[in-house]
Design a protein around this ligand. Structure first.
Ligand code: MG
Length: 384
């Protein structure tokens, strides 16, 4: 059997690193053909030497650095800001894993589906801001999108072999983030480090802050409606701190299917790479007796208003999801740099969403201008 040829966008981030760990288990089934990163040149160089991709894309100083290396001369060194679309459309590529964060993933994502590739997105920004366009193009070009985000992977797995019209609702589970048991009045007294201390998942900084505000879950609500063609009313968020159930799907007859597993991103990554098969992963099995209980509760929309805002944005659609995403990205960055209090993240995003003139059924250009507008508006609010 020929090896599946894989490109990893964002190979030095947590999704990229875990994707390579999965690939390490099956060296005769996968071949890494492309790796991309922004600034982690040292790790990227290690990865290049180990996996020998034909193409690498990296940011400015990295391009200069790698081009100087005689030993890397056979590898094409491209610019991560301009060449990702060329990279994902290489004829050799079978699967594109999108581990990079941010709306910069939209262009290569769109290009990959237009080339009919299988796309395994962990990135949620692209689906949040332009999910309708991506799904429409994927159908048109018969590209497969197999989500890697653990909740979306769970839903995808539960829907396998089921008739879509018999689906009744989705239970999107949330661990609750770092602030699940912290009273709201204490939020602004916590350090960035405390906020970044997620109880269940080890992830990048931006998504960990989004988990603390529950904005991350809000993005997943929007993402799920786009990926699975659901109405917002069909999605219920359930707080499940143990994060053992990764999401559930309810059918008309009252049956509910859930996908369970250890909290390890290698599981959904591997599923996306081996779909529709399941291979031995070597991951720990769940010990139910040791777990004892699984707990559930309703989300507190007052304590976490970002989730309520995201539901509202999901319902209204148009360019608003792009605005929500862009404003949040700016606000979280300001928070991480110590320029905004924790509660300021929500205040900023709410303000920008409120000031936006929504465009219904937007074209890609409308989405991109809304993104630019929202960033400027957010900065104006934060720094004035
Ligand atoms: Mg998730």
């Amino acid at each position: 059997m020929p090896r599946k040829q894989v490109v990893i966008l964002g190979s030095t981030g947590s999704i990229g690193i875990n994707t390579l760990k999965v690939i390490d288990r099956f060296p005769d089934r996968f071949k890494v053909v492309g790796l991309t990163a922004y600034h982690n040149i040292r790790l990227l160089e290690e990865q290049i030497r180990k996996y020998q991709p034909t193409h690498v894309a990296v940011a400015d100083e990295g391009v200069k650095y790698f081009k100087r290396h005689a030993s890397l001369r056979k590898i094409k060194i491209w610019d991560v800001h301009h060449d990702l679309e060329d990279l994902v459309s290489l004829p050799a590529v079978d699967v594109v894993v999108i581990g990079m964060r941010g709306s910069a993933a939209l262009a290569p994502f769109l290009k990959a589906v237009r080339c009919g590739k299988t796309v395994a997105p962990a990135n949620k920004e692209a689906l949040v801001i332009a999910g309708d366009i991506l799904m429409q193009e994927a159908r048109k070009h018969e590209a497969r999108i197999i989500p890697v985000d653990s909740e979306q992977s769970a839903i995808f797995q539960c829907l396998e072999g089921q008739k879509r019209e018999q689906l009744k609702k989705i239970y999107l589970t949330a661990s609750g983030g770092a602030l699940n048991n912290v009273p709201q009045t204490k939020f602004d007294q916590l350090s960035v480090k405390q906020i970044l201390d997620h109880p269940r998942w080890k992830m990048g900084k931006k998504i960990t802050v989004d988990s603390a505000t529950l904005m991350n879950k809000g993005f997943e609500v929007i993402e799920a409606t786009r990926l699975f063609g659901l109405r917002v009313e069909d999605i219920e968020v359930v707080i499940h701190p143990e994060a053992i159930i990764h999401s559930m799907v309810g059918f008309k007859d009252g049956s509910i299917l859930a996908q369970l597993g250890v909290t390890d991103m290698r599981l959904p990554i591997q599923y996306a790479l081996t779909y529709p098969d399941r291979w031995e992963s070597g991951l720990a099995q769940i010990d139910f007796a040791q777990l004892g209980t699984l707990t559930f509760k309703k989300p507190d929309f007052k304590k976490f208003p970002a989730l309520a805002l995201a539901f509202d944005v999901a319902r209204r659609g148009g360019t608003l999801p792009a605005v929500l995403n862009a404003a949040d990205e700016e606000a979280v960055e300001a928070f991480l740099n110590g320029q905004l209090k924790f509660s300021g993240i929500y205040r900023t995003v709410e303000k920008v969403v409120k000031n936006h003139k929504n465009t219904a059924r937007p074209k890609l250009s409308d989405i991109l201008s809304a993104d630019v507008w929202a960033r400027e508006e957010a900065k104006r609010f934060i720094y004035n």
